[in-house]
Write a protein that binds this ligand. Sequence first.
Ligand SMILES: NC(=O)c1ccc[n+]([C@@H]2O[C@H](COP(=O)([O-])OP(=O)(O)OC[C@H]3O[C@@H](n4cnc5c(N)ncnc54)[C@H](O)[C@@H]3O)[C@@H](O)[C@H]2O)c1
Length: 383
Amino acid sequence: MRTFNVGLLGCGVISRTYAADIKAFYPRLNIVACADVNRSLAEKLAREFDIPKACVTEELLKDEAVEIVVNLTPPQLHVALDRQIIAAGKHLFSEKPFAQSVSAAREILTLAEKAGVQVGCAPDTFLGSGLQSLRWYLDKGLIGKPFFVTANMTTFGYETWHPNVEPFYKKGAGPLYDMAPYYLSAIVSLLGPIESVAAYGTRGLEKRHLYLGPRAGEEIAPEIPTHYTAILRLVSGAVVNLNVSFDIYRSTLPMFEIYGDGGTLTYPDPNFGGGAPRVYRKEQYLDPLFRDTDEARARKETFYELPELFPRPKDYSRGIGVLDLARAIETGRPNRAGGELATHITEAIEGLIESAETGAFYRMCTGCEIPEPIEPGQALGEI
Ligand SMILES: NC(=O)c1ccc[n+]([C@@H]2O[C@H](COP(=O)([O-])OP(=O)(O)OC[C@H]3O[C@@H](n4cnc5c(N)ncnc54)[C@H](O)[C@@H]3O)[C@@H](O)[C@H]2O)c1
């Protein structure tokens, strides 16, 4: 694969993970510039990660050396900036959410097609070693036919670690737009597209106290529900319950489990690229009926850890989706974290919000191919 020149747009919290991981693990991605609406933030990132050019948005988009722009700005700005990135003739990789509506998502894809550029979107965590290993085990039938998934993103918002949380409590963000994409893309990439959704939304807290950043000590009122409890049915017939929350201090709910007619697979956290799946097979449950020994009874109580089948350079990592986009640009093959998947996830989120507002089930209009799996046995950065 040839080397692609990448520009980072938005030099805040997550830009540091992208810069560090791309530099450390993906030598075919060469970060040639970074930009922010605030030039000094771009200069700071450039100094920290030895990026040759720091500039503002307009300069980045005019830079002929930049081939792929990675949009790492706040959620509500993605679509407006994506339009500019595409108009400048750059390939686009956007952080999630891809868009706040299917119509906006489609507009971006149409603009990109007309401009002859390609589009990728986070989350790319489903391309990491943990979820790709889970995929391999599922596809091999390790738990038989999956019929139920539980996915639980139970956190207490961002205000104890993020200096600029306000956008995350405004319309167009919140736990559904900001965190559900990790869980939804994991589900769709493992089990296929969604057929219908329903949800209730609520708020655990009416005010959020800001602990960090320039407004530390102030309180803000969220514009949106900060907790959603949802159900989904997949085209395969499998059903899902999904909880996404910024209101839960601590929970013992599993973050991600898949149940099949032959057993259960459990996974630590779809927000992370790495993580060893664990399995419980039906034989463990049934064996003590035939051989009532201490050993059989102990196995009946145990989940067994499965090896990860791909390199895991870090647990929490970003950037593999940008590599996947670069591979697609070079080979003409569709990228896995691509526009069709991002539009399907956008519709699911829009549908969940609509359902929470109307009390009715929402039937999905978009579909999506299951992204091609990564083959085990390859070196780090080969996808
Ligand atoms: N923080 C995380 O851990 C994390 C993890 C995964 C994904 N994300 C996603 O990444 C995106 C950015 O999140 P963040 O936490 O880094 O936010 P942030 O607020 O820390 O950084 C955003 C940066 O964008 C800049 N910006 C604002 N308007 C701009 C414009 N018009 N042009 C150029 N730059 C502009 C801001 O000055 C800021 O430096 C969000 O969509 C978020 O959902 C964040």
